[in-house]
Design a protein around this ligand. Structure first.
Ligand code: COI
Length: 349
């Protein structure tokens, strides 16, 4: 693999204590191109702007997908990627749905590990600190013909991050007008346009004082799906309920890890459809104890209030919420403080 190093690192100018998510990037990136039916070997180069044709199909038809994963630094100074094999599988699943050629495993992992080795100083120690790794691929062929491209660009960029919302608890709104995904659509894929389509309804929710939307099914807005940047878990009585993954729900890696960890704690986990009516009844009877979101960027995020049809409902303040217990179990694995689930950790040497 060709490697061109930057002349000077930007790291000295970065205030790692006050990071805004996704604004600052490390010194290098990995780039790999697809043409004539195959991917080239890829190269590492300094992180910088690049030239692209105004007719590149991605700008016109949105043929692009991405992944989000995190690299952690343990107290013993090892760098750990959390379940990157799952991100790789989902990357190609998303690509297939968007008619983008799959990326070979060797190119993905060689590029990823080499990039992390080179930019390792950007992975800081300490709870909440991580390097957010963003692999993405887009149709770079110059053509506005409305069909899949024959040329693509795959890149990996990285940004130092704290948890997405810090330690705050958030307020979410159950959406009844707009939809995130439909049956047979692309909701399960990390297609760039899935996120763009949420910005407008989310901006409206933000004006109303919420940070995110709880999406409901597109048929009749009765069953709960996900929150766009996170999957959702509901503690009703002593059960933990989460919607089953489907073609309209993202198969979250944090979601599946939390299901496993909750079962290990003998928590009764149900993966099944949960309706807005059930949620409201549980709230009414006092059995709704917790709602939390899970995702790579947010890790585990407790929700303090949900809004529905202009009413706000507050969740109780618990002494020992499951969200906290599960977050500790998960982050202990991610920072290599616990020896559980060694197969979830990929160490970068
Ligand atoms: C992630 O958790 O990686 C996400 O997809 C959220 C991102 C859009 C900020």
């Amino acid at each position: 693999m060709k490697i061109v190093l930057s002349n000077k690192s930007k790291i000295e100018n970065v205030d790692f204590e006050n990071l805004q998510f996704g604004k600052i990037f490390t010194d290098h990136l990995f780039v790999c191109k697809y043409s004539n039916n195959s991917w080239n070997d890829g190269e590492i180069m300094p992180y910088e702007d690049f030239l692209i044709s105004p007719s590149a199909r991605v700008f016109h038809y949105g043929q692009a997908i991405f992944e989000g994963m995190k690299c952690y630094r343990s107290d013993k100074d090892s760098l750990i990627l959390f379940r990157p094999d799952e991100n790789f599988k989902r990357f190609n699943k998303s690509s297939s749905r968007m008619a983008i050629p799959e990326i070979p495993e060797k190119i993905f992992f060689d590029g990823l590990t080499e990039l992390l080795r080179i930019d390792k100083d950007w992975v800081k120690k300490g709870d909440g600190n991580a390097l957010y790794v963003r692999p993405f691929v887009f149709a770079s062929e110059p053509s506005i013909n409305a069909s899949e491209a024959i040329e693509y660009t795959f890149m990996i960029i990285c940004c130092p991050a704290k948890s997405y919302y810090g330690n705050q608890k958030i307020k979410v709104k159950i959406e009844e007008k707009y939809s995130r995904a439909a049956k047979g659509g692309v909701g399960y894929a990390k297609a760039a346009g899935n996120y763009a389509a949420q910005f407008y309804p989310t901006a409206i929710a933000k004006e109303e004082g919420y940070q995110q939307i709880i999406w409901t099914d597109s048929n009749n807005h009765k069953s709960i799906e996900e929150a766009g940047t996170m999957n959702l878990f509901f503690r009703i009585g002593e059960k933990l309920i989460t919607s089953p993954t489907s073609d309209s729900i993202l198969d979250g890696i944090t979601r599946k890890s939390i299901i496993k960890l909750a079962k290990d704690l003998n928590i009764d986990v149900e993966e099944r459809i949960i309706t807005v009516d059930e949620l409201l009844e549980a709230q009414d009877s006092g059995s709704l104890k917790e709602i939390f979101g899970t995702g790579t960027a947010v890790v585990i995020l407790p929700i303090k209030t949900f809004g529905y049809q202009n009413n706000d409902f507050n969740l109780p303040d618990l002494d020992n919420p499951w969200s906290l217990e599960l977050k500790k179990k998960l982050t202990d694995i991610q920072y290599d403080k616990s020896s559980e689930y060694e197969d979830w950790k990929v160490k970068i040497n």
